[in-house]
Design a protein around this ligand. Structure first.
Ligand SMILES: [Zn+2]
Length: 235
């Protein structure tokens, strides 16, 4: 099993109103799939009971993602992008058409979906020349919550790498996109719309305030914890 994958695990679950029901657990399925030339981490977050799944950042290799969904008996109902760069969104169209899933993204990154200049696809010419995604049907703001059965993920606005970057928090985990990485890595801010000041503010005010044991699943590379990264970022 690749690093970062969890077997069937017992986690706290939310009900449809977002209230954590004390003592109630659900079985969550998590799969990490490294996709595309930039080895983007695509995550499948599924509910063992309802068989619904959220797919985070299907950047490429949709056949592989669909095989993993099938192997786990899951149906993708929501595709969510942590931000609008093409290495995180290039598989949106094929996966959405194949599954009927809706697409969700941070509101300020929505214009990147159908704009090859904003989503950097000309820069990644060999990988995804002029790739565009279908429009999103859900534009996410701070606190918005996505559900796959009993499993829920709450959007945290974490701008900096891009203006509309989000992280997704739930079940003791945070999917941090390209905001932070393992071993003290932080996202690049030299792309259009990037801001170093915003990135550091997002990291300090949205991520490093989470409990030490929170598992961090970044957009590239291995997983880590908030405690480890707080030490490495020396805060
Ligand atoms: Zn990016």
């Amino acid at each position: 099993m690749p690093a970062g994958d969890l077997p069937f695990g017992q986690v706290a679950c939310c009900d449809q109103y977002g209230e954590l029901r004390k003592g109630v657990t659900a079985f969550m399925i998590l799969r990490t799939i490294r996709v595309g030339a930039f080895e983007t981490n695509c995550y499948i977050v599924g509910c063992e009971t309802s068989k619904e799944a959220i797919v985070i950042d299907p950047g490429d290799d949709v056949d592989l993602i669909r095989r993993q969904l099938r192997a786990a008996g899951l149906i993708c109902t929501i595709i969510v992008n942590t931000h609008g760069h093409v290495d995180h969104t290039a598989g949106n169209k094929v996966l959405a058409e194949a599954t009927g899933a809706i697409i969700a993204i941070g509101a300020k990154d929505e214009p990147s979906l159908d704009d090859p200049t904003r989503n950097l696809s000309p820069a990644f010419a060999n990988f995804a020349k002029d790739k565009i995604s279908p429009p999103a049907s859900l534009l996410l703001a701070e606190g918005d919550t996505l559900y796959a059965g009993s499993v829920c993920l709450e959007a945290l606005e974490t701008p900096g790498h891009t203006p509309g970057s989000i992280s997704l928090l739930g079940q003791g985990m945070v999917f941090s996109g390209d905001t932070i990485f393992a071993s003290g890595g932080i996202g690049r801010t030299d792309f259009p719309g990037g801001s170093y000041d915003d990135l550091m503010k997002s990291i300090e005010e949205k991520l490093l305030v989470l409990p030490d044991e929170t598992l961090v699943y970044p957009g590239h590379g291995p997983s880590t914890t908030i405690g480890r990264e707080r030490d490495r970022l020396n805060r």
